[in-house]
Design a binder for this molecule. Structure first.
Ligand SMILES: Nc1ncnc2c1ncn2[C@@H]1O[C@H](COP(=O)(O)OP(=O)(O)O)[C@@H](O)[C@H]1O
Ligand SMILES: [Mg+2]
Length: 378
């Protein structure tokens, strides 16, 4: 008798401005999961935070412009999934988290792949929920997810490990709004132009701008302050953008070959990332063996500094003048379509997209099993 297939809940959409990016990543993941070994249970999250499960929530979130890879029988069951606050059954233990007494039964899942980018998904919130329900999930836990999402706290964690970073200043939106002139003067005293202005908690370059002068700096702070209560201003580097994929749990991690992004715009902004198709990915990045090794060591160190699990993509800046490498950021749920940098780097390193997904599911189960070893009594 063969055991029933493991049910993989794939979470997508979400309450972040990276909602659409998540849908694209999740479609790739659901298409590639080995259906002979796993059953896919799609769970969509609407922009307002309601969860859709049962039937075909992807079709609902994309208004029909999507050919589902799921079996027709599964889709026919429930064309219009009910909206609930959230709902799962965890393995055989039947923990049910449903708001609203009249909600129908939640789907049973054995493992979750949260294909969510940005706040309320990649930042530890969903990871905390899944920990509470005790469901294994792909990727980093609460701490690494939260650290990775907050550019300011993340910089502090990297600094504690003496990892190289560009000079930066952090500030509260409150302060900027209360004393704009003083803030501008302080920033100009501390950092040369061009500067990069960023919301501390965001992704996909949303809310990020490059400032060449005071006018642009003020406009950039105003824009970034729409997205977060904490802001980061960094010294701009004339740099090449080098990215590496990290895969593993604890200190048992693999680091891919480095790749390079050549942005089609002045920097790798939202349009260059998703709209214009004018950027290039170079895989592997044309780097000397010494720089390749240094980049790989930095990526590993950044992952360990955050106590990463499962996966992360570590993004570096390589200063063209000095040839120095700086850590720019870590993404704990990087873009995950089959043509995204993260899986492409693994493909170039010998691990195909489908096998990568399988490996991530295994890592999630292993990490969960390891956590079950912890004694909870004295
Ligand atoms: N200090 C910097 N110097 C030069 N370019 C930068 C700097 N910071 C960010 N950029 C550019 O802005 C892009 C987005 O910034 P990043 O910090 O990676 O934010 P996100 O998390 O939104 O991807 C980078 O890919 C790069 O093109
Ligand atoms: Mg980035």
């Amino acid at each position: 008798m063969s055991r029933r297939k493991l049910r993989v809940g794939v979470l997508f959409g979400g309450k972040s401005s990276e909602h659409d990016v998540s849908l694209v990543s999740a479609r790739s993941v659901m298409a590639a999961i080995d259906k002979t070994r796993y059953e896919v249970v799609p769970v969509g999250i609407e922009r307002d935070g309601h969860w859709l499960r049962g039937g075909d929530p992807m079709a609902q979130l994309t208004a029909g412009e999507y050919a589902s890879p799921l079996p027709a029988a599964q889709l026919a069951q429930d064309a219009a999934p009910p909206r609930v606050d959230f709902a799962f059954l965890a393995g055989e233990t039947a923990v049910q988290l449903v708001n609203g007494a009249s909600s129908p039964m939640a789907p049973q899942v054995d493992i979750i792949f949260p294909v969510l980018h940005g706040p309320m998904g990649e930042d530890g919130t969903v990871q905390g929920l899944l920990d509470l329900v005790n469901i294994p999930y792909v990727g980093c836990g609460v701490l690494a997810s939260a650290l990775g999402m907050d550019k300011l706290v993340c910089k502090a964690a990297f600094a504690a490990q003496r990892l190289p970073q560009v000079p930066y200043v952090g500030l509260l939106r409150r302060r900027w709004e209360a004393e704009p002139d003083a803030v501008l003067a302080e920033l100009e005293a501390q950092l040369p132009y061009p500067m990069f202005v960023k919301p501390a908690n965001m992704g996909s370059s949303v809310g990020i701008s490059k400032a060449h002068n005071r006018l642009e700096l003020a406009a950039g702070l105003h824009e970034a302050a729409r997205y977060d209560r904490k802001l980061v201003v960094e010294q701009g580097v004339d740099g090449r953008e080098i990215e590496l994929s990290v895969l593993g749990n604890d200190d048992d991690v693999l680091v891919s070959l480095p790749g390079e992004v050549v942005p089609g715009n002045e920097f790798y902004d939202y349009a260059a990332k998703y709209l214009l198709d004018n950027s290039q990915l170079l895989i592997p990045a044309p780097l000397t063996p010494a720089l390749t090794q240094e980049a790989q060591a930095l990526a590993r160190a950044a992952y360990l500094a955050l106590d990463g699990a499962g996966l992360a993509r570590v993004d570096l800046l390589l200063d063209r003048g000095s040839e120095r490498l700086f850590i720019n950021e870590i993404n704990t749920m990087p873009g995950f379509t089959s043509i995204s940098m993260y899986p492409k780097l693994w493909e170039a390193s010998g691990l195909a997209y489908g096998a990568l997904i399988e490996r991530l599911l295994e890592l999630a189960l292993a990490r969960h099993a390891d956590r079950q070893r912890n004694v909870t009594t004295r």
